[in-house]
Write a protein that binds this ligand. Structure first.
Ligand code: SIN
Length: 297
């Protein structure tokens, strides 16, 4: 009974014939994101894993609540997708080098990933996805946003679809992480590694998702520099038009993190952006980046 004398219904957990809870998928927004309940990620079965993968390929990002997930579980789970791409720039967890630490101290101003981007698009074989686990959260804020690039492509006007058909773009991370790059000019620079690395990759501007076959817009504001055969200046008008058109309200979802929350996203299907609105508080997340495959139109 609650305090008003009304009997509250406990949520009924659905179970299959083996007595195992069955998964429930609830969309987070009309065109992006799904929350999945009724599964324990650390011990999920192969068939649950297949269902989770399919949901992520389609919805772009899946969110799981109330998970107990040790660093060992994180690594084991990552390996079930295939390989792990160790991030070259973020600090790594001391004992578990496959885990990159995405953290901002209470006295720091700049966060990691605080602009729309796609992880590792600067690699010729870019990471398939990322598994982000909340380890320490600010009292408020620090949400993460995702935008669905299949929905973004679908919504482009026909003349732009024609203009980008067959185009390729160059991606790099050098301007972001090098010794005089974007982060080096902030208080996050001292925490990062890899300032001497050179990166560069060319991908189609419109890719076919390797598993669903859906067309996805594959440029992003973080790492895409120019279209192949055009200078940065020549590329900017169309690139900016695409970056602007890709962000509509209805193709985005927003996650409010809580202790025990895990998000897994597909980097081919989505962009993401970490909000930096919790000044004076600490936030620490652990990320494993999942190996992918070469992308094709
Ligand atoms: C990132 O992976 O870009 C950071 C996401 C986050 O901290 O929410």
């Amino acid at each position: 009974m609650d305090s008003f004398g009304v009997t509250l219904q406990k949520p009924v957990k659905q179970r299959n014939s083996q007595g195992r809870e069955t998964m429930k998928l609830t969309p987070m927004a009309p065109k992006c994101g799904v929350e999945i309940s009724g599964v324990t990620l650390a011990t999920c079965s192969d068939s649950e894993m297949d269902e989770i993968k399919q949901a992520i390929y389609e919805h772009g990002v899946a969110v799981f609540r109330n998970q107990e997930f040790s660093p060992e579980d994180h690594i084991r789970f990552g390996k079930r997708w295939g390989g792990i791409d160790v991030n070259n720039y973020f600090p790594l967890q001391e004992e578990y080098n496959e885990i990159a630490i995405v953290k901002k101290e209470a006295d720091e101003q700049t966060n990691i990933g605080g602009a729309w981007h796609t992880d590792h698009s600067y690699d010729q074989i870019p990471a398939m996805g990322s598994v982000l686990v909340a380890r320490e959260l600010p009292p408020q804020g620090g949400d993460t946003l995702w935008a669905h690039m299949g929905a973004a492509y679908d919504a482009l006007p026909d003349d732009i679809k024609e203009e980008i058909d067959g185009l390729e773009a160059f991606h790099t991370a050098d301007h972001v992480y090098k010794a005089d790059g974007i982060y080096a000019q902030t208080d996050m620079g001292k925490n990062l590694r890899g300032q001497d690395l050179k990166t560069g990759a060319v991908h189609p501007v419109v890719i076919r998702h390797p598993h669903t076959g859906r067309k996805m817009l594959y440029v992003n504001g973080g790492f895409t520099i120019n279209f192949v055969g055009q200078s940065r200046e020549e590329s900017l008008p169309l690139l900016q038009k695409l970056l602007h058109a890709a962000l509509t309200d209805d193709n985005q979802c927003r996650l409010q993190w809580k202790p025990g929350t895990i998000a897994i996203w597909d980097n081919r299907t989505t962009w993401h952006n970490a909000m930096n609105d919790y000044q004076g508080h600490r936030r620490e997340m652990h990320r494993i980046t999942l190996s992918g495959e070469a992308l094709a139109a």
